[in-house]
Design a protein around this ligand. Sequence first.
Ligand SMILES: Nc1ncnc2c1ncn2[C@@H]1O[C@H](COP(=O)(O)OP(=O)(O)OP(=O)(O)O)[C@@H](O)[C@H]1O
Length: 365
Amino acid sequence: MNWDDATAETPERLVGSAADREDQAVDAALRPKDLTEFVGQERVRQQLGLVLQAARKRGGTADHVLLSGAPGLGKTTLSMIIAAEMGVPIRITSGPAIQHAGDLAAILSSLQEGEVLFLDEIHRMSRPAEEMLYMAMEDFRVDVIVGKGPGATAIPLELPAFTLVGATTRAGLLPPPLRDRFGFTGHMEFYAPAELGRVIHRSAALLDVEVTAEGASEIAGRSRGTPRIANRLLRRVRDYAQVEADGRVTREVAARALEVYEVDERGLDRLDLAVLRALLTLFGGGPVGLSTLAVAVGEERETVEEVAEPFLVREGLLARTPRGRIATPAAWSHLGLVAPQGAPLAAGGSGTDHPGTGQDGLFGP
Ligand SMILES: Nc1ncnc2c1ncn2[C@@H]1O[C@H](COP(=O)(O)OP(=O)(O)OP(=O)(O)O)[C@@H](O)[C@H]1O
């Protein structure tokens, strides 16, 4: 839902995690409608299930819920499930859409009793709106300021009880007073391939596409742990299967289709591979500065840093170090290359993420 986010990935990218227009069009058909249909995220599902069950038993509204995690992991879907499980309507808005406290007051005062308010990208709300939200969450009341300067007066406005579901890709950016006002916080993890396989089978049934178990797992392995990407790749593979095969998605059909769409067996696309190949073949595996790497692949520095690198780092293929970008042993083997003698190899995995600190040029300190 954050495709208006200036830092989000380009929507046309097949493996981008932000929703494009086609995703939005099919979302309604593919979204799980209740907690039993929602695949994976066992812990969040179980804990949330208890929160909702208890609220229903008490006959009250559910506590405010904060969902954090990368785009496309199911935060909007879960908020709709919360409303459905509580039998209440849902209003959907986002932090960037609420720039004035008055915008928020207008939304809050028009909610129905018990309604779910889904606030996507909650960390991008303006400060005055955020401060108004504190009181609304705690006391179901806001103070509307009328007038300016010394003559300004605060008029208290009672609100209906509501459940706020806040979603953020970066829980760490939320001010503690806001974070503390949520009764339940769920962190959404990337999905395991087997879970994505279940998402694909479910979506295939809804789209009336025949997919074998191997076909589903071929797509799942390239979906970057993200259901939105799995659903998108499924639709592209379905197109290929209908045009170039008999309509059935087998392992071979899925692999051939995703080769055409330039998504490799690990989910890397053309940009990711270009960055990796340049790092290995032009710079001997690094360290190399971000700007130099960007020039080498003919992209903007920001594109390499924000679009390609996060997944390469997550996959343990590239490390950001204070001296620049360095390839890991896994990067060499993924491209079928042998690291030259003496090549600096970063350990794969975490602990080496230094965005923006890479010295530019091969001769940095
Ligand atoms: N656990 C799941 N089981 C089945 N399908 C899922 C699951 N999670 C997400 N999906 C599918 O993935 C798509 C994207 O999910 P959703 O829009 O809820 O993600 P999001 O986290 O809100 O993303 P964003 O942060 O970009 O708004 C939905 O169409 C939904 O069908």
